[in-house]
Design a protein around this ligand. Structure first.
Ligand code: ATP
Ligand code: MG
Length: 430
């Protein structure tokens, strides 16, 4: 019988890859704490209507890529294609707005889109989603951008560019949309087929087309920035001013439009030259209309989604973080009495705060030593028949091979000193 394979576009994150994920999660938590953001966890599936109403049928994520189905009760359900809509639903349903002021929230988890799998594009992928609700202030826009920048810097990523635009208010966009359609209509037959379709459903997204001829046509199109109202203009200038004050450089890109319908004013993307075609690591923007559109009180908001798989690709290229798990002690023993004693010692050491792996194979010492060397542990502890009889243990520094015998009682009595020595050894090796 053939074995069952994972679905196309999904991946197992293997133990050898987990340390990178943990690093990202740890650093993200740290940076988000620094900015006083609080974690929220929302369900992986929601009513389809949430995404249809919140994100819009005209977007690829909902119109073409959504995993939606009927459940056994006949309800229309969808796996979330992104995180913001569910987070906003939770904000409204749990009346987080009633706490007044500003809510700063984040969530990291999977999202699902039926796309053609390729490098940096999966059907189940992960996003770090960061949102601030309740402020119209350009400082809020810059705060979330600063979080993304600081996290990427902390990870040591280079060659990143921040692309910035304003898509204005929905009124600004309405008049721009008309001008854009007026300009594009004579070229309609020259546009790629997706863009021809968008000319009716979602013309702004044509600006985003990857097709060469469409891009040429779009170069001469009217610019969104010429259609901003005075207030929109002022907001955009405020954002640029604050970014400059914080020393965050940016590149104004009037053709940057986000794929999702709910964006207003600020739109941004952080791209990496090292990612090939799927260059966008982080994408976000302001969505002042979304909370009201989903039935909540009028609440301005801004946030971003960061694609974790694309981050992982970049970090793997850099080889900056170790993928070897941190292990203090590898326990080697052979013979009935020795195995019993080592199980007890290992457990006592764990209670003292050590990480300890016990070799369970019962195989020859040589084989156990080889596994100890591969384990990433700093210290090997060895108990054979002779040590077991005498209540002793051999302590071997796995990197150097230095070895010493001591009594099991002394080992436990000196456990604190050993901890400092292990930390020192690890620092020396790093
Ligand atoms: P793209 O132009 O790459 O399709 P998008 O506009 O659909 O991006 P968003 O909806 O803004 O993407 O999602 C935010 C981020 O999530 C993206 O910048 C990317 O890093 C990541 N992302 C989106 N779709 C996928 C996917 N299918 N696989 C992996 N990461 C993804
Ligand atoms: Mg997409």
């Amino acid at each position: 019988m053939s074995s069952i394979q994972a679905l196309r576009g999904t991946r197992d994150i293997l133990p050898s890859e987990s340390p990178l994920w943990e690093t990202i999660e740890r650093l993200a938590r740290h940076v988000l704490n620094q900015f006083a953001y609080r974690e929220i966890r929302t369900p992986l599936f929601e009513q389809t209507e949430l995404f249809a109403r919140g994100i819009g049928e005209a977007t690829d994520a909902v119109g073409k890529e959504m995993y939606s189905f009927e459940d056994r009760g006949g309800r229309s359900i969808a796996l979330r294609p992104e995180i913001t809509a569910g987070l906003v639903r939770a904000f409204i349903q749990n009346k987080l707005f009633a706490q007044g002021g500003v809510q700063r929230l984040w969530h990291l988890g999977p999202a699902f889109r039926y796309e053609r799998p390729q490098a940096g594009r999966q059907r189940q992928f992960h996003q770090l989603d960061v949102e601030i609700l309740g402020s119209r202030d350009p400082r809020a826009d810059v705060e979330v951008i600063a979080i993304a920048t600081q996290l990427l810097n902390t990870l040591g990523l280079k060659a990143l560019t921040l692309e910035l635009n304003s898509v204005g208010s929905s009124e600004d966009r309405q008049s721009y949309r008309e001008a854009l359609v007026r300009y594009l209509t004579p070229f309609a037959h020259e546009l790629d087929t997706d863009s021809q379709d968008r000319l009716i459903r979602n013309p702004l997204r044509i600006l985003d087309s990857k097709d060469k001829r469409t891009q040429e046509i779009v170069t001469e199109a009217p610019s969104l920035l010429d259609f901003l109202s005075h207030d929109s203009q002022k907001h955009f200038e405020g954002v640029q001013q604050h970014l400059t004050n914080l020393g965050i450089s940016f590149n104004i890109n009037p053709r940057l439009v986000r794929g999702l319908d709910y964006y207003t004013h600020t739109a941004f993307e952080i791209q990496s030259a090292d990612l090939g075609a799927q260059a966008t690591v982080c994408a976000g923007g302001r969505y002042d209309g979304l909370v009201a559109q989903l039935g909540g009180p009028d609440t301005p908001a801004i946030g971003f989604g960061m694609g974790i798989e694309r981050l992982i690709i970049l970090l793997e290229q850099m080889k900056r973080f170790s993928t070897v798990p941190e292990l203090d002690i590898y326990f080697i023993s052979r013979g009935e009495k020795a195995e019993l004693q080592s199980a007890i010692l290992a457990n006592q050491l764990r209670q003292q705060g050590y990480s300890v792996e016990v070799d369970l194979s019962g195989s020859a010492f040589g084989k156990q030593f080889k596994r100890a060397d591969r384990s990433g542990a700093v210290v090997g502890l060895i108990v054979g028949d002779a040590e077991a009889e005498a209540g002793k243990v051999q302590l071997k520094w796995l990197g150097s091979g230095d070895q010493a015998e001591l009594s099991q009682a002394d080992l436990m009595a000196q456990a604190k000193d050993l901890k400092a020595k292990i930390a020192q050894r690890r620092a020396d090796l790093a």
